[in-house]
Write a protein that binds this ligand. Sequence first.
Ligand SMILES: *Cc1c(COP(=O)(O)O)cnc(C)c1O
Length: 370
Amino acid sequence: MQFIDLLSQKDRIRTALLHRIESILDSGHFIMGQEVTELESRLATYVGSRYCVSCSSGTDALLMPLLAKGIGPGDCVITTPFTFVATAEVINLVGATPVFVDVCPDTFNINPELIGRAVEEAVEQGMKPKAIIPVDLFGQPADYTRIEAVADAYKLWILEDAAQSFGGSFKGRKAGSFGLAGATSFFPAKPLGCYGDGGAIFTDDEEFDSVLRSIRVHGSGVDKYSNDRIGINGRLDSIQAAVLLEKLTIFDEELQVRQNIADFYSNRLQYKVVVPLIQEHYTSAWAQYSVLAASCEEREHLMQALQKDGIPSMIYYKIPLHLQKAYSSLGYKAGDFPVSEDLSTRIFALPMHPYLKEEEIERICAVLLV
Ligand SMILES: *Cc1c(COP(=O)(O)O)cnc(C)c1O
């Protein structure tokens, strides 16, 4: 059994994709070809944003908006310690400081109630808070109603980390459409993934869109050899865009299957472990189906039982970012973010992808329910 099966899906799109790839080979436009333009327009429509800027990874999709806003030394950016490292890493890469805020125990997303205090403490320490990067963890969007209220009060802008939530929604709005910009990832294992690295940024702001397009190609001005600002090589390949265009045609159907699998798991497992809470007005893209064991020992026991039966399971995230070696210089210590720390000792993720068979899900549940 696979944790995420990418091969069954490939068979569904193979013929159409090979046609697209052949025409790219014949055109010779291997980077930023017409597939990229077509993809950006399809993605913008899907998310409901005016602009979509595709790029080379989810990490670059987070980095480019920080560069575009001139975030740098002396500035700080609020995010959570219970996420993949890329969310915080990009803050350091531009020379700013990540300021962590703990998550909610039931949704694992940033706790809006704790943001104000963290901003005030950062100011007391002489930092300049500029932005918030909420993470839509495991596929469920963060609470943008309350985050926007705090952001307005403290004059911060919002960069949505929608790397795991593409396809999810909150109050009828798609993930990626919140804040000044939303960043997503097309890493193969994400809900919408390509066959290499890729990402995209969504925004409604015309000026911001044009700065992002410049940053994507080394800060280019009227052409690539006139440089208006410091940028990066952040372009997307035509072949990756072709993969995404084909996968988009079956994406909504796959999201529905992910939802059905999550419902099946939750029904069976709700009295054995804490199953994920998807709040009213939210839908999840189910990048992960993560549950909480009663204790660290119980998690160990359950994961071992699964492994014995050839069933893979994973831990997202075993070490919260404030306790990672890379972040030791920030001066945080154990006990600073009790919810993230508790989750990291008890959480584990079960296989989740749209090609899981019913008998496989039955088997996974049976092993856990022993
Ligand atoms: C995957 C991921 C990223 C980074 O995306 P890449 O495409 O791998 O660079 C950023 N944030 C979160 C929350 C992620 O899960």
